[in-house]
Design a protein around this ligand. Sequence first.
Ligand SMILES: C[S@@+](CC[C@H](N)C(=O)[O-])C[C@H]1O[C@@H](n2cnc3c(N)ncnc32)[C@H](O)[C@@H]1O
Length: 315
Amino acid sequence: MQRRILIVLAVILICIVGIALYMTVGTSGSKETLSSELKNNPSMDAAENPLAGSKENLSADLAAFTLAPQKKEITIRNMTGVPVTYILKPLGSDKNSVEKTLAPQDIDRLSGGIEMAIVFHRNESEILYWLDSGKPYTFRFDENDELELYDGSHGSSDAEDLAPFVPTPMIIVEKMLEMAKVDKNDIVFDLGCGDGRIVITAAKKHGAHGVGIDIDPRRIEESTAGAREAGVEHLVEFRLEDAMKTDISKATIVTLYLLTKSNELLRPVLEKKLKPGVFVVSHNYRIPGWDQKEIDFFSILDALGEEHYIYLYQK
Ligand SMILES: C[S@@+](CC[C@H](N)C(=O)[O-])C[C@H]1O[C@@H](n2cnc3c(N)ncnc32)[C@H](O)[C@@H]1O
């Protein structure tokens, strides 16, 4: 009996020693352990950390804030149709830079709180912009087919991103309304209304009714405040809606400052929903397939000497 107890005790002892040995040898130097240490201890510097400087060892804190969505989120959307590579550089911390490649249509979401710059290549040069916390940005090709980062993008996956926010200069707004012969009997719809300046001007200067549609809530807030300031709230209305889906059947004039491709997407909506005779005025970009409907064209310089085009169509 005593011998049996001794054998059992010996077996238990051997097992304990075996497990202890396995734990010591089996985990030392493992890569996974190093990277999780790095995640939990972002202050480890290059000298202490054998993975520092490698691509996998991005930045622990950058990785952390990329994963944790917060209110002050920065979004970068790729609308170019090709992958775009860029580097994110947190302020004052070059070693924490991260290189990323964004697939077409993808959105990079960075929770805010860290000031950072974005760097990308255009031809031979390096372009650097500072990103503002809480703001959306979009990569697109500009009119010269060169990569550009634009301010603005609604970032919703269920609506077309028709254009970034770039306001029409006031001199062009006035010319667009003059070409469409807007008066107090009109209902002007601006599809992608930005800060609401077109419908606000149509109301203030011509007494017209207006409806501004934008997918970005900040634009709708700005437009509503602008209408109040101009004293035309009784004439205008701003709706947080997708321009592709909104009801435009009451419009007598439609204004657009979108991209050519967006105008092309909108064309079937304009054809289906607008009454015959309605004027459509487009700043800078033609409506493909509507050549027969183009009734006027104007070229005008803004205050900075830049040339703008206005296309007038009649449905
Ligand atoms: C170039 S800005 C034009 C602003 C204004 N119409 C002007 O001319 O000053 C384009 C606007 O379209 C908005 N937008 C983009 N996609 C949209 C969509 N699917 N529906 C409604 N608005 C959209 C953007 O938020 C942006 O404010």
